[in-house]
Structures are given as C-alpha cells and as structure tokens.
Design a protein around this ligand. Structure first.
Ligand SMILES: Nc1ncnc2c1ncn2[C@@H]1O[C@H](COP(=O)(O)OP(=O)(O)OP(=O)(O)O)[C@@H](O)[C@H]1O
Ligand SMILES: [Mg+2]
Length: 335
C-alpha cells in the first residue's frame, strides 16, 4: 500500500507490502515543494502539488494507483470522548453529528466526519473511548484532487496524528507505556499521546520550521530557497550566532507549546518520540527534554520493517527516516 504525505515543504511517499508476517519497504521518495504550493495546510497550487506527486511516483517506480493520504492542521478537529458501551451497538450513527457539533465546534455540512471506538486492552468498563474526527470537505477535496490529477485515487483520507500512532504501533510500541509522539514539520506540529496504544490526545499545533525560514529571510534579506538551504546546512554561511539564536528561539517556543498540550495528558509519560524535518533543528530535542522533563528519542519508523540494503542506500534511509513517520503510518493504514 502507498502512503502519500503531502506536507508544506515536501511530498513524501512510502510503499509497503506485507510478506508473511512482516512489513517490507517497496518504494520510498521525497519531492520538495516550492513556497506557496501548500499554504495554511491547504492546497493552494493544485497543479504544482499534483505535478510533484506524479513525478515522484513515476521516478521511484510506483505502479499502484490506490493510495492513502493524510491531512492535518486547522482543517482537522478530533477529540476522544467517552461513550456508554451500549450506545456503540445501535445509536452511534445518530449520535455522531451531535458529538461533532458540540465537541468539535464544526458545522456538520462543511465536514466529513467519522468515529472510531478505541477498545482498551482488557477493558470491560461501561464507557468506551471513541475518537471522533472531522475534516473540512473543502480542504480534503484539495488534497484528493491533487492526487487524482496525478492519476491516483485516495482510498483513505487519514489524519496525520493518527498515522503517527500507527507508525509507532509497528516500530516502537512498548506494552503499557504512556508515550507522546511529536512530529515537527514545516508549518504544523502533529501530536499524539497514547496510553498502552490507545490515543488520549490527537492534536495539531500551527507551528513549524517555516517560522525559522521566515526569520532567516527577514534577517538576512534572502529568498525562501536560500533560507531553507542555510537551515539544513549552516556550515560555511557565517553569521553562525545569528542563525543559532533563531534556532534556539524556535526550539524554546515550540517546546513551550508542545508542553502545554502534553500537560493535558496528566503526566506519567515514559518518553517523547520526535519526528519531522524540524526535529533536526539543533537543540530541539534537548530543549523539549528540558521543558517536559521526559526523555526525548528520535523516531525510526523503519524499525521492524524489512528494508533491503541492496535496493535502498542505508544512509539515504537513515537521512529520510525521521521525516517519514507520517508516510509510513499512512501506508500501514492501507494494509
Ligand atoms: N537538517 C535540518 N535542520 C533544520 N531544519 C530542517 C532540516 N531538515 C529539514 N528541516 C526543516 O523541516 C521542515 C520539513 O519537515 P517535514 O518534511 O516534516 O515537513 P512537511 O511535512 O513538509 O510540513 P508540514 O507537515 O508541517 O506541512 C522544513 O521546514 C525544513 O526546513
Ligand atoms: Mg508533515
């Protein structure tokens, strides 16, 4: 199955197959998007996005047409609510529109909504946690059209924070642990807090590495592309202190916002697993660890997935891995 993660900074594709009891990497790739193709987590330039998707899937040799895509940011609202077990059997369909209205403050007519009961292991309680999610129809349509113009069909539209949780379930789940998954991208932080694999919080914060790009552009009077280049490899540019102080400001600001959400989960986190391109910003992991008092690890979504050394350069995979957690989770969702 193919997962396509259309981010503000790049399109990421992962194709996984199930061989015996194992998952296997079939294809992987990334294609950068120019500034303005995705704005505010909505597709602004459908032609540019579909061109990038189409070039990428043909370059890496993906033949499948059915794909899973993900959405995050303000177009998505989700909450976990407790529902009496007896309602799940018969009344849920009737209840959901009301739940979306009251819990997610979304007008039913403008969103696609869904509900997923999250049955805890050994759970026999009268109430069951249920994930209700609503996605703006207009935003979802923008993403779906971009993949359909590339000759593909979005079979499932997932939410990125849920995809992160699915990637964790395969790559690093530890029975009984309470964990936070934090994916820091270009314009959004996807956050998922799980307790023994069951989501407690799925949330997006509108903040990402573009904040740094914009500061660099302002400070040095440079283009978006130059600022992106400097960010990813600051060696040789000079003005090292100016750059690292912008990095430090971002890390402090992001850590603060992330901590506010994590505090809602009531403590007891065993670890934070960090992913996304902006998790590479120097001091990000350290600053987040200091702010939360929880050990921070870097995500490797390919742990427990067979990756052939002869087909894929291990260095390339290692380089891409932290950025690929959402795409891996999307591909897993379709298997
Ligand atoms: N080595 C690096 N150091 C600092 N920042 C980096 C590095 N590599 C990538 N980034 C930044 O990470 C961001 C891209 O990360 P990612 O691919 O996770 O985002 P995205 O999925 O495209 O965006 P979003 O999900 O927020 O819409 C960009 O802002 C990029 O500049
Ligand atoms: Mg992303």
């Amino acid at each position: 199955m193919v997962g396509i993660d259309i981010g503000s900074n790049s399109v990421k594709v992962v194709e996984l197959a199930r061989k015996g009891g194992n998952y296997q990497l079939e294809n992987i790739g990334e294609s950068m998007l120019p500034s303005g193709a995705i704005t505010g987590k909505s597709v602004s330039r459908g032609d540019v996005v579909s061109g990038a998707v189409s070039n990428l899937v043909s370059r890496i040799g993906i033949k499948a047409k059915r794909v899973v895509i993900g959405i995050s940011g303000e177009a998505v609202a989700s909450r976990i609510v407790s529902i009496p077990r007896m309602f799940l059997r018969k009344d849920m369909e009737k209840l959901v529109p009301d739940l979306v209205n009251t819990n997610l403050s979304r007008n039913i007519s403008g969103v696609n909504y869904s509900y997923t009961p999250l049955f805890p292991r050994n759970g026999r309680s009268k109430e069951v946690p249920v994930l209700i999610a609503a996605v703006s129809k207009k935003t979802a349509q923008g993403y779906k059209s971009s993949v359909s113009s590339a000759g593909l069909r979005a079979r499932i539209v997932d939410i990125d924070a849920m995809a992160l949780s699915n990637a964790y379930a395969v790559s690093s789940a530890v029975r009984g642990e309470k964990v936070a998954l934090v994916n820091i991208g270009a314009s959004v932080v996807n956050l998922s807090v799980l307790d023994d694999g069951i989501p407690l919080i799925l949330r997006d914060i509108s903040l990402g590495g573009q904040w740094v790009t914009l500061r660099l552009m302002e400070k040095f009077k440079i283009t978006y592309e130059e600022a992106e280049r400097i960010k990813c490899s600051i060696k040789g540019y000079g003005r090292y202190e100016d750059i690292t102080s912008i990095f430090a400001d971002f890390a402090a600001h992001a850590a603060d916002e992330i901590k506010t959400v994590l505090d809602e989960s009531g403590g007891g986190l065993a670890r934070v697993i960090l992913s996304g391109g902006s998790s590479r910003i120097a001091t990000m992991a350290h600053t987040l660890g200091e702010a939360t008092g929880v050990p921070v690890e870097s995500s490797n979504p390919f742990r427990n997935i067979d990756v052939s050394d002869s087909r894929f350069d291990p260095e390339y995979i290692q380089h891409l891995a932290p950025k690929m957690a959402v795409a891996v989770g999307l591909a897993l969702r379709g298997l």
